[in-house]
Ligand binder design. Structure first.
Ligand SMILES: [Zn+2]
Length: 255
């Protein structure tokens, strides 16, 4: 079992090697980045590659185009999201990279085709890698409506359901239009229910169960603040002051 962590967006991807095939968990954010990952996988194992996507966001899913023969597993709604919004995500992030003066990343992304998953499921899928079983689990809605956990023994790859920012959890990017803040803590309980020794976060360092408990409590607080703000019982400034997270992150969560 391997993880590989990248400077760009502090993304972490995973690799589980069985006796007959290997499973790549998330693929990075462009065809060029996916090819780099494919090369790194080949340094570890010559076995055929299967891919599991934790969710549809470009930084996890757009490297798929570098693995043309690999079966690609994802939640049914991940496929729907990539088909409906993949092109728009690519355009928006291409523009963002150009604005930030990172034209190499913008060019790579603009030249990357959106490839849809080929194997989808709704609740649970079990993969046999040859002497090593892996479970793909949809823990309910959270960071998106189609998050997938990859459970490999006592290691759980959690995608952006768990994000480890420097000194804490969650970034402004953790909360998007397809986030379900109210349901997210229960999804983290599902992660904890697998009793993981290690939880591999989609961004940042791997974490432990205590981190999940803290992150769940933070999300519950954010959900309560949001409902108070919406009910008119709390002003935005007071909510920002009461939040356990940075103002920029809290704003994204309350939006
Ligand atoms: Zn994400």
């Amino acid at each position: 079992m391997y993880t590989r962590r990248y400077e760009e967006l502090d993304l972490t991807v995973g690799l589980v090697v069985g006796g007959e095939r290997c499973l790549v968990v998330d693929t990075r954010g462009s065809r060029v980045q996916g090819r780099e990952l494919a090369g790194a996988v080949r340094e570890v194992t010559p076995l055929p590659v299967t891919i599991a996507l934790t969710h549809a966001h470009f930084d996890h899913a757009f490297g798929v185009s570098a693995f043309p023969h690999a079966p690609v597993w994802a939640h049914t709604r991940c496929r729907t999201a990539l088909a409906a919004r993949g092109d728009r995500d690519r355009r928006e992030w291409t523009e963002r990279y150009r604005r930030d003066g990172r034209s190499d990343l913008a060019d790579e992304l603009a030249a990357t085709p959106v490839v849809l998953p080929t194997r989808t499921f709704d609740d649970v899928a079990r993969l046999d890698l040859g002497g090593r079983g892996v479970e793909l689990v949809h823990p309910g809605r959270g960071h998106t409506d189609h998050d997938v956990l990859v459970v490999a023994g006592d290691v759980v790859f959690a995608g952006d359901l768990v994000e480890h920012d420097a000194g804490g959890s969650f970034t402004a990017e953790s909360f998007g239009p397809d986030t379900d803040l109210d349901a997210w803590p229960a999804a983290l309980d599902v992660v904890a229910g697998h009793r993981p020794r290690v939880v591999v976060a989609g961004h940042g360092e791997p974490v432990d169960s205590a981190f999940l408990t803290r992150a769940g409590a933070q999300l519950r607080t954010l959900a309560r603040l949001r409902s108070d703000v919406r009910a008119g019982a709390l002003g935005l400034d007071d909510a920002l002051a009461a939040s356990p997270l940075r103002a920029e992150v809290t704003r994204a969560a309350l939006a």
